[in-house]
Every structure is written in C-alpha cells, then in structure tokens.
Design a protein around this ligand. Structure first.
Ligand code: GLA
Length: 375
C-alpha cells in the first residue's frame, strides 16, 4: 500500500520508531526502578504529509480503511481501536502546547503485535516524531517518550510505565539502555554478545495474551498499595538491605511477594550492569534465570509456554533465560554460547511440539537504534 495510492499526493517524509526487548528489570519501571532494554531492528514506520485543515487522517497497512479526526476535537477515548494510538499522540502534543498541524499518515509495521515487543509504544512514538517532524518542531527524545507514556495512560487508558517509550526513543545501536526512572537518567551500556562468542536468543512463544491488561493493572495496584502501607513514594525507596524488614511489615502474602520481586529485580539490574561494564557477560546469565523465577513465583505473570521455553533453554545449555516484557505471553530471551543458539532453539521447538503448543518463532535482535527520521 503506497502513500500516493491512499492519499493521492506524495508524502513530505517518513519516521520510524522501534520495538524493544528488555534484558532485565521487569515491572520495576512504574515503581521508579531500573530497566535495561535494547531496541529491535523491527519498527513502526509512519509516512506523512502536512495538511492545513487541522485534521488528521490515518491509514494502516495492517487494518482496512482510513480514520479521520480533527485535532481540536480530540479528548481521551474519542478515537478507538488501533487508531487510538496515533490519535492519543496528537492529543498529548496538542495538550502540551506543541503547534502540530493536520496530517495524512500511513502506518506500516514489521513489528509483530501482541508479542510483547511494545508495538503500541512504537506506534505512539513514531506518530509523535512524525507530527513534530512535519512542522520542524524539535523535542528532546526523552520528552517525546514521556508524552507518549502520558498518551497511553490518559488517552488509551493503559497504566503502563515509561520503559517501552524510552527504549523506542533513546536506545542506540550496539547498546542496552540503562534507564533509572527515579533519576530520569540514562546510560548507554555496550552490549555485543557476538563479540564474546555469545548470542542473545529472542523467542516469541506465540501464546495468546491472556487477561494481560487487567493483570498488569492489578500488579501495579498491588505495588502502589504496598508503597502506601510502607509509607514510601514508590517501591524503589526500599533498599535491598531493608527488604526483610519491609516484608515483615506487610500483612498480605500476595503483596509481600510482589514487593520481593520488585526489590530483588532492581538489585539484579544493578548487578547485571556492573557485570556488563566489567566485560563479564556470561555471568549475567544466572541473573536472567533468577529474574524468571521471581516473575514466575513472586510476581506470577508467566504462562506455561514461557516457563517451558525458559526451562528447555536452560536444560539445553543456555547460560541464563527469562521471560521479557509485561508477561502472560510474549517472548523469552536466552543468553547462549554462539554455537549453542541453534541447538537451544531446536530444543524449544521440540518441547513446544511435545506440549502441543503453537510453534515458537525466533527473532533476530541485534541491539538497534531508537526513533529517527528516515526520509
Ligand atoms: C509493559 C509496560 C512497561 C513495563 C513492562 C514490564 O511493557 O508497557 O511499562 O512495565 O510491561 O516491565
């Protein structure tokens, strides 16, 4: 589907924003914690042309039809379905006082949706940079990420944290993005497994996302309840050394386990970054595995497909493996010796066939660059 075919004119430019996988630090972002994502080569591409009537028309290669709305009339929830994301981006830019104008937008994607790779954040970020770029408005990438999160929270109504948008905007090729949410500080950590004869295997377990929105909101709510009970602004305020004391002060066992996940996971991110900086990448593997156990047993967001993929990868010799993303489906990552990548993947495929699961799909995931203008 070409822009010319849909809108009858040539575009003024195109902008891309990638999906991500998180190496470690799951479900800590909305607790003011630490995360360590890489951007994928897969991206959402928005091709765009200015229009001067204050209206936005958006078409997508993945969905039939064109959705059109006036920027002035946007209000939370006013546009539904997939077009809520581009509409939400326009809404938050307008609300924040950026002088965007009307546009025709064509959305294209090679980012699997529903695989926990953050296609929604990528769509919000790609639309935002396109609408800003069309008017030559320069905005700091971290600010675009913050606005995209606000749009997802307030326009779409999903209570997500800031990791995915930051990954999409601020990652660089060959690096993982170490993002401290409380400090709003980022550091680019060189991450190049092949240079150490290693590989990062990313496998989409193709499990249908089950109740993911409600479960995500419930986890967030438990964390907020715990922080309130403990009298801190967010669980990040609980130091690893004080964890046992904090757990003893909580009455509900489920809440206690949610807290233990968050506090230990933040510690694992610190440990992973220290090891990566020291060039000890192989030693990061056990942290991945410990993270998975915590997400499975304490945070309770894994599903059988994720657990089987991780267990099989480890049994087949992976140095470490874990689910990545929001949970309830999506992808696992496994750190493996380069020579073991194929046998580990084959073992997962065999185990999935034996369990009667859908066939999993491996993704090529070299750490890639964040959002940019393409043409
Ligand atoms: C989803 C959310 C993120 C983050 C992860 C879990 O991807 O969008 O903000 O909370 O889940 O780490």
């Amino acid at each position: 589907m070409s822009f010319q075919d849909v809108f009858g004119t040539a575009p003024d430019g195109s902008w891309r924003a990638p999906g991500r996988v998180n190496l470690i630090g799951e479900h800590t972002d909305y607790n003011d914690g630490l995360v360590l994502p890489i951007a994928l080569p897969n991206r959402i591409l928005v091709t765009a042309a200015r229009r001067d009537d204050g209206r936005i028309a958006v078409a997508s290669s993945g969905h039939p039809g064109v959705v059109e709305f006036a920027i002035d009339e946007l209000a939370p929830g006013s546009v539904g379905d997939w077009a809520a994301y581009p509409a939400g981006a326009a809404w938050i830019l307008r609300e924040s006082g950026y002088p965007i104008g009307g546009a025709n937008l064509l959305v294209d994607s090679d980012l699997p949706s529903g695989a926990g790779l953050s296609s929604s954040a990528a769509l919000l970020c790609a639309t935002s940079v396109a609408l800003l770029g069309l008017r030559d408005i320069e905005v700091d990438p971290a600010e675009v990420a913050r606005l995209a999160q606000k749009a997802e929270n307030q326009y779409v109504g999903a209570p997500v944290g800031l990791m995915d948008q930051m990954a999409s905007m601020c990652c660089t090729a060959g690096h993982a993005l170490f993002f401290d949410i409380r400090a709003m500080a980022t550091d680019q950590i060189p991450f190049d497994p092949p240079a150490d004869d290693l590989a990062l295997l990313v496998v989409d377990v193709k499990a249908p996302h089950r109740h993911v929105d409600g479960e995500y909101a419930a986890r967030r709510q438990s964390c907020e309840q715990a922080a309130a009970e403990l009298g801190v602004p967010a669980l990040r305020s609980i130091a690893f050394e004080d964890l046992d004391d904090a757990l003893a002060r909580l009455t509900d066992d489920v809440v206690r386990r949610r807290v233990r996940h968050v506090v230990t996971e933040i510690r694992r991110v610190e440990d992973a970054v220290t090891l990566m900086r020291a060039g000890k990448l192989r030693e990061v593997g056990p942290l991945f595995t410990a993270s998975h156990a915590s997400l499975r047993d304490d945070f309770e967001i894994t599903v059988p497909e994720l657990d089987v993929a991780v267990d099989t990868a480890l049994a087949a010799g992976a140095l470490g493996a874990r689910m990545t993303g929001g949970g309830f489906g999506g992808c696992i990552i496994a750190l493996v010796e380069a020579a073991a990548a194929e046998p580990v993947l084959a073992a997962i495929e065999k185990a999935f066939a034996e369990h009667g699961f859908s066939a999993p799909a491996a993704l090529n995931a070299p750490p890639s660059a964040g959002a940019s203008r393409v043409s």
